[in-house]
Design a protein around this ligand. Structure first.
Ligand code: GLU
Length: 313
């Protein structure tokens, strides 16, 4: 049985990018007769207060994108807020530590972003391995001054997979990524660890998300391997761009539900979005349910989708 999921980070009001993500995840799972889980990715509790999560839950309902397991619906995979699942992340971390693959890192942000550090396409930095070979005594000395972050050693190996939408993708972890964070110095678990632990624990078989996370997938596949878990099918979809060609962000207030909800109905919004993403033959209003008959991954482009000015003109 297919199990899809929505995994929004409620750091603000839902916008067209998140809505397209949830719509695609919902259609893709439902079309196969599958179930959908809603998990709230609020690891960063300062940026994701509970009221935003509550608003997001209400917004998804308004859009008609219902879930089978998650907040309010319940289900055996809960709790469905990442902020309540830290003991699971801690247990996974312990297992990785027992394999001798985790080490403390004392590098500051400024050190990491030093001009000589190679930068990845996604803006992150390839970690140079500065703290990789600290002796226990050196680490203990440094820990007196500053709590460490924890990093996972990566192998000198390429992790490749076939994305269900984007095709073959791979990264050489050592060269293209470097040892990556499992826990920040303030104790917050990293997205990479939490998402793998949760998708596996919740029985997710299909992960639909934006192409900005394509480059996270090789790291996640490495974690699946280390933890002895079966990875899901990954389907990454093209990003929505603002009319000026830049990534959608909070700057684009007109793409947020805050602005849109009073002006358009849920069906108008979904119909227009589905048309832009290639699976509504016209821009006419559609319910999520009615789009099930038209949706197929082949119709969705691979290239980013630029929003027109005045989408709802
Ligand atoms: N919480 C992430 C986001 O909202 C999505 C993570 C994922 O789908 O793996 O961007």
């Amino acid at each position: 049985m297919t199990v899809g999921r929505f995994a929004p980070s409620p750091s603000g009001r839902i916008h067209l990018g998140n809505i397209l993500c949830c719509l695609l995840a919902w259609l893709s799972a439902r079309q196969k007769g599958g179930r959908v889980v809603l998990r709230i990715e609020d690891l960063d509790t300062a940026r994701c207060p509970r009221r935003y999560a509550e608003q997001m839950i209400e917004d998804l309902r308004w859009l008609g994108l219902f879930w089978d397991e998650g907040p309010e619906a319940g289900g055996s995979g809960g709790p469905f807020f990442q902020s309540q699942r830290t003991d699971l992340y801690q247990a996974a971390l312990k297992r990785l530590e027992a394999m001798g693959l985790v080490y403390p890192c004392f590098c500051t942000r400024a050190e990491l972003h030093a001009s000589s550090a190679p930068h990845r396409e996604d803006g992150q930095v390839v970690y140079a391995g500065t703290c990789r070979s600290l002796s226990p005594a050196q680490a203990a000395e440094k820990a007196r001054l500053r709590p460490p972050a924890l990093r996972l050693r990566v192998p000198d190996k390429e992790y490749r997979f076939t994305d269900g939408h984007m095709g073959l993708y791979g990264e050489h972890l050592d060269r293209d990524c470097g040892d990556f964070l499992l826990r920040r110095s303030d104790g917050m678990f990293a997205y990479q660890l939490a998402v793998v632990v949760d998708d596996a624990a919740m029985g997710v078989t299909e992960v639909v998300r934006g192409a900005d996370l394509l480059s996270s997938t090789p790291r996640q596949l490495y974690l699946y391997e280390l933890l002895g878990l079966t990875p899901p099918l990954f389907l990454h979809f093209p990003l929505l761009l603002a009319p000026d060609g830049r990534r959608l962000s909070k700057r684009n207030a007109d793409a947020g539900l805050d602005t849109l909800q009073g002006r358009v109905s849920a069906e108008e919004l979904l119909g227009r979005l589905a048309w832009l993403a290639g699976f509504n033959p016209s821009s006419r209003p559609r319910s999520a349910q009615s789009l099930l008959q038209d949706f197929s991954w082949e119709k969705v482009p691979q290239a980013d989708i630029r929003l027109p000015e005045n989408l709802f003109g």
